[in-house]
Design a protein around this ligand. Structure first.
Ligand code: TRP
Length: 337
């Protein structure tokens, strides 16, 4: 057994990764691999909770896997949720340790069910309602100590601890570890085209920068970033657009450039054209590396698929052990009785 603490996180297979996702989550996943025993899932069962296309789901799952590997997540730390069906089994058991009233309070459910009501045919699945319980199973099945997620997931983590606690009380044993949320000081990146909103795919092509963005397009998007008319230069104030570019330059690790432009902002000599150019250079330094990695990954697709299937099988062993113990503790049947 390794003495390292375990980290678990997961992401839904919904296509591309933009720089907001990268700085907000994936970069942290990559770093945590140095000090923790990390388990990262692409959660395709979760992706079925909203309208989805069966012929796209598998494709999206693989494409997200390739992207994560190109960004530096180690294949041995990755698994595909549906290759570990024990998640769904534990989900059922946890359904019986979670109150209906408590689930009704989940804000992500309220938001998403409202979206369904307005956007599609109004169909809201039981799966969407039960989503947080499956998430609790994702986390507890690996007895994770830490879960790196955004603040929007705090409520789901609280629910996870409640389920663990109720289970422990019922079986009269401190069986499940109560997982802690890991909030990194990850910078929040905004849309370049409209810095009042966060970078997101749902707002449209202009509003996000893919980590693998083609060079010319990257340049175009960054050079046309919204700033301001320059009235605030030299004052204590800063527009969201300018703040966002500073955040981006810093997040890319170009601290000297960041500090230099900050001095120029304060003494009034900054020129936004140059400033955007610096943001572009900073992003390009990451982006060109990512594109290079991606090319290599795509040239070894078969090998990587094979690795992910193997790592899923390895990670599944942990989940199977937990299920065995949970069945023992709750009076369900194991093969040997
Ligand atoms: N609900 C998470 C999100 O929307 C994704 C997720 C599913 C997750 N299962 C998880 C995150 C387990 C952390 C741990 O981002």
């Amino acid at each position: 057994m390794s003495a390292k603490k375990r980290v678990l996180s997961a992401i839904q297979p919904t296509g591309e990764i933009h720089f907001g996702n990268y700085f907000g989550a994936v970069q942290n996943w990559v770093k945590l691999q140095e000090d923790y025993d990390c388990v990262y899932g692409v959660v395709d069962y979760h992706a079925m909770t909203m309208p989805f296309q069966p012929n796209k789901l598998r494709e999206n799952t693989w494409s997200l896997m390739f992207n994560l590997v190109a960004l530096g997540v180690k294949p041995e730390n990755l698994f595909i949720q549906s290759l570990v069906p024990e998640h769904a089994e534990l989900n059922w058991i946890f359904n019986c340790f979670c109150s209906y009233g408590r689930l009704q309070l989940m804000t992500q459910f309220k938001d998403k069910s409202q979206q369904s009501e307005t956007k599609s045919d109004g169909f809201i699945s039981v799966g969407l309602f039960d989503y947080p319980v499956l998430q609790a199973a994702d986390i507890l099945i690996y007895k994770a100590d830490f879960v790196p997620v955004g603040k929007d997931q705090d409520q789901h983590l609280e629910l996870t601890r409640m389920i663990a606690n109720r289970f422990n009380l019922q079986v009269d044993k401190d069986y499940f570890v109560l997982p802690k949320t890991l909030h990194s000081d990850a910078p929040k990146i905004r849309s370049l085209a409209d810095p009042t909103r966060k970078m997101s795919k749902s707002a449209g092509e202009k509003h996000y920068l893919s980590v693998f963005e083609e060079e010319k397009r990257l340049r175009k998007k960054v050079m046309s970033a919204v700033t301001d008319s320059g009235e605030m230069i030299g004052t204590e104030e800063m527009s969201e657009g300018v703040k966002n570019l500073f955040t981006i330059i810093k997040a890319c690790g170009h601290t000297d450039v960041h500090d230099d432009f900050m001095t120029r902002y304060k003494d009034g000599s900054i020129r936004y054209g140059d400033f955007k150019g610096a943001a572009y250079e900073a992003l390009l330094s990451l982006n060109s590396k990512f594109r290079e990695n991606k090319e290599e990954v795509m040239a070894n697709k078969k090998e990587i698929k094979y690795q992910i299937k193997n790592s899923s099988a390895e990670i599944r062993k942990i989940a199977q052990q937990t299920i065995k113990e949970v069945k023992d503790l709750t009076g369900l049947m194991n093969v040997k009785f």
